[in-house]
Each structure stands twice: as structure tokens, then as C-alpha cells.
Design a protein around this ligand. Structure first.
Ligand code: PLP
Length: 399
């Protein structure tokens, strides 16, 4: 089919041309004497994306899931108690990973469409007077349902009872797209990956770790080898890695960080909010409902949208792909067949979002959902026109 595949899944995301060129490189000598001149400033600048001064960033070949494993195995011991919540495929999977590593997980089940239950976390922490809970897990942005949780409120819950547990955040689909403040929110381990907000090909787990969590590694007894912080700390100090790093992705990451800091993190967050709001206006104009239960939970990186009873959302996704070369996100596990997702994160702008909405609108009509032709597109257009001022354009940032 001529033209592009229109990629509107919530990761991997669209790789901007400047980043694609940045990874299109010959292999290089990762033990070259001048390699640290490249790596050491990269580690420093990545901290800005996590909004941390005291944290340390680790770059593992892998993906977000590897980052979860690194976070847990470096800081906890078998049988340690972890407080978590499940409200979608990704929050589910992190709990599963913890359990498979032999941790004792108190997992609070929450209806899909809501996020981290801060009040119930506060109660569990208050009840834990012996401080058996060592880790509190937050899935910042549940990509399966399009739900964003309040990390700062979880920090406040910990502080209100003086609980010493460490705070772990899955920021795979939020960091570099939605405001995330490592230091201000007292996050101990934050996990991301290269293929979502960082707009790169898949292949890196990007993990940021507080001094407190680094200290915890000294007594943490879970087995680890490939993802051991210790080996990274030893070699990263002089700008090298304990094994062959993914050099092309690291070069791409340099370009990605420049892109993000060039646009300005606040502008990046504002742009994502505008794009998301345009999608939400469209969903509203179509007369459809988001999976996110209330505006409190709305995600600025992905929208999961319910199809009416009697329609299979998998057919929506399939039809979009084959008929219009448009990739939408499918519903996962509990909401399979019930929702489809539009990913609106990374290198996207107004007209890209409008193209996704226009394609989606045709698909919805094709499968028999009575949305008015042009209604969602028009709603998003008017939102974008009304909110266009004062924002640095993505094109300017990419120069
Ligand atoms: C994509 C994603 C993951 C998993 O990351 P992989 O890169 O697929 O291993 C974890 N958590 C969230 C919230 C995600 O969106």
C-alpha cells in the first residue's frame, strides 16, 4: 500500500526523522578512548528528563520489562513485602514479575478505568507498623486503560505515616511525555524504555535510581547478573559498560534527549496534553466512552475507547490496519474486544492526530458504529485551533 503506515499504538511510537538518522550509524568501538566524552554527558542530561539531581541513570539493553526486573532484583530480597495495585495489563504484569521473583505482594485490585488507590495505600501503610512493606509500586500510566495515577499523592501517603518503604514507578508510557518528578516526588526507582516517550526504536531499558535505592542494593539478596547495578556503577563511572552496549540506540538517545530538552519538558508535557485533549473531544463527539472512569484518571499519552455492545473492538483494530493502513492499539486481556486504543505520545502534532481521528472515524462507520462523519475530526480541529497559542512548535524544536 502506498504511503505510510499510520502508527497510533501507544508504543513503539513514531521515530522522528532526526532520531532515525541518529541511529543509522556504523558500529563503533565501545572501548574507544573518547567514548566517555559521549556517554558521561548523556548520563548527566538524562537526569534532567527524570527531573533529578541526585538520582543515577542506568541504561540496559532490554525493554521496559527488563527495567522492572532491574528495579526489583537490585533492591529487594526474597520474601520482602511489596505493596502494589492492579488495574490493567501492565500493572498486572509488574505484580506477576515480583511474584515470580519470590516477593510477597499485597496487590490491591481496582476496577479497570481507575488507577492507584491512594487511600487504600495509605491505610495499608498505616497498618504496617512493623514496616514489613519494603516497596510501594505505582504504575504511573496504565497503557492498557489510558489511566494516569498520582505519584505525588503516594509519596504524601508514605510521608504522612513516616513509612520508610521505597517508591517504585513504572513510567514506561509517561516519562518524557507526562510530567514526572523523580526528586520532588521522592521516587526511588523509575523505569522507562526507549520506544515510547523517548521516540526511539525498542531496545533500551532506562532506569533511574535514588541514592536510597542504591544503598539498598548492598543488602538486597535477589539474584541478578545481567541487570546488576553494581557492574554498571563500576564501569559507568569512567563512561563504559560491563558488556556490549547498544551503541546505536545510545547515539539515538543522545538525539532524543536533545530533542526533548530542545522543545523544553514543559512544552513537551503541554503538547501531549493538547493532543490528548483533542482525542478526548473527538471521542466525546462520537458519543463513545473512555475506559478511564473520570477526568481525574485521563491519560495524556493513550486513550482507551469503549466500542458499543455487540461490536468487537478487535475488528475495529483489524479493519483499521487492513483497510486504512492505520495501526490502533487493541484491547488487552480483561478489556479485549471491548476497547481499542489510540496512542498519542512521542513525536506527534495536530495534523497527525487529526489523521488518526479521520481514519478511526471511517473505521467506526465501516463496522457499523453510528458516528457522524467528520464529527470527531471537527471537535479536535476546533480544540487545536482554540489552544494553539504560546507553544513552541515541535518543528522548531527538531531543528
Ligand atoms: C510498554 C509498557 C511496559 C512494558 O515495556 P516493554 O518495553 O514492552 O517491555 C511496561 N509498563 C508500561 C506502563 C508500558 O506502557
Amino acid at each position: 500500500m502506498p504511503g505510510y503506515n499510520h502508527l497510533f499504538i501507544p508504543g513503539p511510537t513514531n521515530v522522528p526523522d532526526s532520531l532515525r538518522r541518529a541511529v543509522d550509524l556504523p558500529m563503533e568501538d565501545m572501548r574507544a578512548p573518547d567514548f566517555p566524552e559521549f556517554t558521561l554527558p548523556l548520563f548527566e542530561d538524562l537526569k534532567k528528563v527524570f527531573q533529578t539531581e541526585t538520582g543515577q541513570v542506568f541504561l540496559f539493553p532490554g525493554s521496559g520489562t527488563g527495567g522492572w526486573e532491574a528495579a526489583i532484583t537490585n533492591t529487594l530480597s526474597p520474601g520482602d513485602k511489596v505493596l502494589a495495585s492492579r488495574f490493567g495489563q501492565f500493572s498486572n504484569l509488574w505484580v506477576d514479575l515480583c511474584q515470580r521473583h519470590g516477593l510477597e505482594v499485597e496487590a490491591i485490585d481496582v476496577p479497570w478505568g481507575e488507577g492507584v488507590p491512594v487511600t487504600r495505600y495509605a491505610e495499608a501503610l498505616a497498618a504496617d507498623t512493623e514496616h514489613r512493606i519494603k516497596a510501594v509500586l505505582v504504575c504511573h500510566n496504565e497503557t492498557a486503560t489510558g489511566v494516569t495515577s498520582d505519584v505525588a499523592a503516594v509519596r504524601a501517603a508514605l510521608d504522612s505515616v513516616g513509612h520508610p518503604a521505597m517508591l517504585y514507578v513504572d513510567g514506561v508510557s509517561s516519562i518524557a511525555s507526562i510530567d514526572f518528578r523523580m526528586d520532588e516526588w521522592g521516587v526511588d526507582v523509575a523505569v522507562s524504555g526507549s520506544q515510547k516517550g523517548f521516540m526511539l526504536p525498542t531496545g533500551l531499558a532506562i532506569v533511574c535510581v535514588s541514592q536510597k535505592a542504591l544503598e539498598a542494593r548492598k543488602s538486597a539478596k535477589l539474584n541478578r547478573c545481567y541487570f546488576d547495578f553494581e557492574d554498571m556503577i563500576r564501569t559507568n563511572a569512567s563512561g563504559y559498560f560491563p558488556y556490549t552496549p547498544a551503541t546505536t540506540l545510545l547515539r539515538g538517545l543522545r538525539a532524543s534527549v536533545d530533542y526533548l530538552l530542545g522543545e523544553g519538558l514543559d512544552n513537551v508535557f503541554a503538547r501531549h496534553h493538547r493532543m490528548a485533549e483533542g482525542v478526548r473531544q473527538a471521542v466525546n463527539a462520537w458519543g463513545l466512552k473512555l475506559c478511564a472512569a473520570t477526568p481525574h484518571w485521563y491519560s495524556d499519552t493513550v486513550s482507551a475507547i469503549y466500542v458499543p455492545e455487540g461490536i468487537d473492538s478487535a475488528a475495529v483494530v483489524r479493519h483499521a490496519y487492513y483497510r486504512y493502513n492505520l495501526s490502533l492499539g487493541a484491547g488487552l486481556t480483561k478489556v479485549a474486544g471491548k476497547v481499542f486504543r489510540i496512542g498519542h505520545l512521542g513525536a506527534i502534532n495536530e495534523v497527525m492526530v487529526l489523521s488518526a481521528l479521520a481514519g478511526t472515524e471511517m473505521v467506526l462507520r465501516d463496522v457499523g458504529i453510528p458516528v457522524e462523519a467528520g464529527s470527531g475530526v471537527a471537535a479536535a480541529q476546533e480544540h487545536f485551533r482554540a489552544t494553539a497559542t504560546g507553544e513552541q512548535s515541535i518543528a522548531a524544536a527538531a531543528q
